[in-house]
Design a protein around this ligand. Structure first.
Ligand SMILES: [Ca+2]
Ligand SMILES: [Ca+2]
Ligand SMILES: [Ca+2]
Ligand SMILES: [Ca+2]
Length: 337
């Protein structure tokens, strides 16, 4: 049976254990994040516990406080970045998870306390920069005092990227962090699903082919299938569904990906456009308000007969842009432009 600490009585013993952990944390260096935040804690004295229920439904880890959290037992495993909201490159945080019963025979032997430490990417980079400055090679310093290797036994020790259900952990962060589980496996935890008003049980809430997590990272609308309004749904534009605008795709955030003044799909023209054959203002036509213009007119993500390529300003490759060719066709009085 898994060991869980969820009662107030359990927390008293836990606090004692945490105190040991924090003392160990201070040993990382006087300028370390722990030392700064512990000083802050002396004045605020704030401690907080997030239960399995809190984490399961989604919650926010406050900044500058000592926080315990319990990973819900129903979770098999969850990546650190998903559990903690995917902000590791921007936010300084560090934490520690207590060993479970299954870890008893598999604990690191070369460190001062059992269990595993995790650091955000930003915190690792910060510690590494500090350690490199402090350990810079000095030609007149004794060899015994020369720089030490920056290994996982040193100040940037990071041991945990996959959390298991039933774990009890401690964390401190310099900015609030959204914490939660990911029941629909879309990369967005339950707190972020709430913040983005997406369904935590459905990976692709708006059914446009891109998961909620991909859409949040890419900056498309999780509740609108055609974010930019060009007629092509987001999952057609980001054809390989990787959340990036690759060279052979159109951009779901840009109505005119190739910049030739014809929209990617088929759109209404919202201002009258006057086109003339020459500079004298003769033989002119107006593209009227409300007329439909565009490149992928049947919205299927392919360049069919009679269409131009929304990924190339000059589909024919002759240097004449698609819009110029289109208007010339109209000025020549042709019907099938
Ligand atoms: Ca999710
Ligand atoms: Ca979607
Ligand atoms: Ca679109
Ligand atoms: Ca275009």
């Amino acid at each position: 049976m898994k060991h869980k600490i969820s009662s107030a009585g359990g927390l008293t013993g836990l606090s004692l254990a945490i105190a040991v952990v924090i003392v160990c944390g201070v040993s990382f260096g006087p300028s370390s994040m722990q030392a700064r935040l512990i000083e802050q804690q002396k004045t605020t004295g704030d401690w907080r516990t997030l239960s399995e229920l809190d984490v399961g439904s989604g919650s926010t880890i406050p900044s500058g406080r000592h926080v315990f959290f319990h990973v819900p037992s129903q979770v098999d495993t969850i990546d650190r970045e998903v559990l903690l909201g995917g902000r590791g490159t921007q936010v300084l945080y560090w934490g520690y998870c207590f060993p479970g019963e299954n870890d008893a025979g598999n604990l690191p032997q070369s460190v001062g306390f059992p269990g595993k430490i995790f650091l955000s990417e930003a915190e690792r980079a910060r510690r590494k920069a500090i350690a490199q400055r402090q350990n810079a090679f000095m030609p007149f310093r004794p060899l015994s005092a020369q720089p030490q290797r920056l290994t996982e036994e040193g100040p940037i020790r990071h041991q945990l990227d996959t959390f298991r259900g039933g774990m009890t952990c401690y964390i401190m962060t310099d900015k609030p962090l959204p914490i939660g589980i990911d029941s629909d496996n879309d990369g967005l935890n339950s707190q972020l699903e709430r913040e983005h008003n997406t369904n935590p049980q459905i990976a692709d809430t708006d059914e446009d082919g891109l998961s909620d997590g991909i859409e949040v990272r890419m900056g498309t609308n999780t509740g609108r299938r055609d974010t930019d309004g060009d007629g092509l749904i987001d999952g057609i534009e980001d054809a390989n569904h990787n959340g990036r605008f690759d060279g052979d795709e159109t951009d779901p955030r840009n109505i005119d990906s190739d910049g030739d003044s014809l929209c990617d799909g088929f759109c209404h023209v919202f201002k009258v456009r006057k086109m003339c054959k020459d500079n004298k203002g003769t033989q002119c036509i107006d593209i009227p308000y409300g007329q439909m213009l565009g490149e992928d007119k049947n919205f299927n993500g392919k360049v069919d007969k009679g269409e131009t390529d929304p990924r190339k300003p000059s589909t024919s490759g002759d240097g004449i842009n698609d819009d110029v060719r289109f208007y010339k066709c109209l000025l020549d009085g042709k019907k099938d432009c």
